[in-house]
Design a protein around this ligand. Sequence first.
Ligand code: GTP
Ligand code: MG
Length: 452
Amino acid sequence: DHTHADTLRTPIVAVLGHVDHGKTSLLDTIRGSAVSEGEAGAITQHIGATDIPLDTISGMAGELIDPTDFDLPGLLFIDTPGHHSFSTLRARGGALADIAVLVVDVNDGFQPQTEEAIDILRRTGTPFVVAANKVDTTPGWNPQDGEPIQKSMDAQSERAKSMLDENLYEIIGQLSDAGFSADLYWRVQDFQKNIGVVPLSALTGEGVPDLLTVLMGLSQRFMKEEMAIDVTGPGEGTVLEVKDERGFGATVDTVVYDGVIRNGDTVVVGGQDEPIVTEIRALLRPRPLAEIRTEKEFEKVGEIGAAAGVKIAAPDLDRAMAGAPVRVVRDRTVDQVVEEVKAELAEIEVETADNGVVVKADTLGSLEAMANALREAEVPILRAEVGDIAPRDIAVAETANQDEHKAILGFNVDLLQNAESDLENADVKLFKNEVIYQLVEDYERYVEEKQR
Ligand code: GTP
Ligand code: MG
């Protein structure tokens, strides 16, 4: 049984957007309609990711797709919780996702995390489409479950149609304000120049066939070359999350974007101090069709190839970092791979100064995004690290020369219990927020008030 080298891997599609705009519901619907198409067994559940094969997609998209037009195996969707920065999803200094779906509530329009997502998409040059979600909430809407959006539009009253149009043009205007020329997807000729907006409902499934069609078309046309990989090469991935798992200790939820990872492989994982060199004890996948986020039971697999999500159990992973690289050593030397991981981590540049604030963030990617935002605001950084706020951070912040720099800015992190009393007794101000620019604004306002 030999896997072909240089076959096409599944494109990785990140689903992102503001809290509650419907990212998870959209994925649930895609999974659910796949099940109702009788394709349940074809869907593979991964850690933080759902793999939908081409056959299933074409079943759902119906007349919109001719499967013979495609030779990519399907799409691997990654859900990003709204409170978790999309910037976690990085690979080799760029974006982990090949393409993205930006979910925008058609009534709410752009919100803080939409803006944040747009910034990252721009910075990483990731192609994306906009899912204008919740069209069914338009007053007087006549739902057409699972139908393509044109068919659904034809079934609406003039009044409902014009209300939806108004909201859609609002979103197109907001995209244009953000520097992207956009239009309703069926008017877009060149998806590299213009962003396609797909009106849909994650609740009723209408418009979902259109979204799948656009995503397949985009990946096939613009990314086919990047999808050609040596699927048998040493696996490369990115840590999504570090989690304690009963019976396994610290594990890392990983998206594998290149090559293959096997049980027993020696891997190098980016750590909070040094790269961690360890041997894989188990590769774990959720049971088929189990709910990923609540999944407690895993199936052990012998190997897993790109693109896929998998939980890796191995000793010494407790100091692994979300957003850090995972590399299989295989036929190279450990030193060689350690150097590779170090080089990749060094790319994530956070400039520090002799004077400045302390920054803590949940992942490497979000730390980098914080550093960018602070540089733009001309706020110097004394120390920047991934992880929760510990007593040591308070001690470091206290050493700042200027009072305004005696501050800790925490993005998506907690204050550790054993640091609470230290903070009370120290002359250090703590800022915590789950939106980067709000965190920076809060700090700037504090400095202004201090100077008054
Ligand atoms: P976070 O993960 O917290 O960022 O949220 P999310 O973007 O994953 O949103 P989620 O899918 O959890 O949906 C939020 C709420 O919106 C839920 O109550 C959904 O039922 C509702 N919702 C999502 N999509 C639709 C839709 O198309 N129509 C309607 N009417 N409600 C929807
Ligand atoms: Mg969600």
